[in-house]
Design a protein around this ligand. Structure first.
Ligand code: ADP
Ligand code: MG
Length: 256
């Protein structure tokens, strides 16, 4: 199965950019990907031009009234269906506690509905920068976790926290969570970018992606016109980098 979560507890590191453009790359590669916006800030939802009216349009309704995931999928301007978010999705973090059944709820629903049973229909989840119930659901449900690190030191610290969190969770999950640390906003001319890459490789070894996503203006501009980088600027560096990332994830077996 191919369920990918994108998470770092630091904001502004490229989670949404990565979730959006990795899903788009999967679609260009001939698959039929779906996505879930798990961030109450709902930026993915806004980029994909989906109007929501309340938390009932989001995963909140899975938790509140066991609504099937298939009913929540909506067509988007990005060419793939998305389960949208809304500010009220934040209620999940306050209403339901952190018991095992709560943090395993999405996993149970995905399996129960046979939502992702074929590699042709991968799922990409965009998380909030908070290790609460929603992000734990994404970690428990995923086959693989991508941790974007914008090439700066605070972002690397965020990644180290995640590594610790994963090591604490793994005995509960009874498996190692496959993960890839991905350098984003990488500027070859900046010493700091290379320093952060070197430190990431020293700490996380083979779990660091060989592909780095360069700082690229098309990646920054495309969300404002509700497009993926592949639609907005197919020949840009950003489009090439996300295509190369997908290629690497497929070749290494991280995505089936
Ligand atoms: P997060 O979801 O982790 O908060 P975003 O993906 O929203 O981060 O990225 C934060 C900001 O940085 C956004 O304005 C986004 O457009 C911009 N951005 C992300 N990746 C790149 C990149 N590689 N080059 C240029 N700008 C980027
Ligand atoms: Mg985001």
């Amino acid at each position: 199965m191919s369920i990918v979560a994108v998470f770092n507890q630091k904001g502004g590191v490229g989670k949404t950019t990565t979730a959006l453009n990795l899903t788009a790359a999967l679609r260009l590669g001939g698959r039929e990907p779906r996505a879930i916006d798990l961030d109450p800030q709902a930026q993915f939802t806004a980029i994909a031009r989906i109007d929501t009216h309340s938390g009932d349009d989001t995963l909140l309704s899975l938790f509140q009234r066991n609504r099937p995931l298939r009913d929540l999928l909506r067509p988007s301007s990005c060419g793939f269906p998305l389960i949208p978010s809304h500010t009220e999705l934040a209620k999940v973090d306050v209403l339901f506690g952190k018991g095992f059944n709560v943090v395993n709820r999405l996993h149970t629903a995905l399996r129960g509905e046979g939502f992702v049973t074929h590699p042709n229909e991968p799922l990409v989840m965009d998380c909030s920068p908070m290790i609460g119930v929603l992000s734990l659901n994404a970690i428990f449900a995923c086959d693989g976790l991508i941790v974007p690190i914008s090439a700066d030191h605070l972002s690397l610290q965020g990644a180290q926290h995640i590594e610790k969190t994963l090591r604490a969770l793994e005995p509960v999950l009874k498996r190692r969570v496959k993960r890839r640390y991905l350098l984003t906003r990488f500027d070859r001319r900046r010493r700091m970018s290379w320093d952060v890459l070197e430190q990431a490789q020293a700490r996380f070894g083979e779990d660091v992606c060989h592909t780095c996503i360069a700082e690229n203006v098309s990646l920054a501009e495309s969300p404002a016109v509700n497009q993926t980088v592949f639609d907005y600027a197919p020949d840009s560096r950003g489009a090439r980098d996300y295509a190369a990332l997908l290629q690497e994830l497929l070749e290494s077996g991280f995505i089936e």
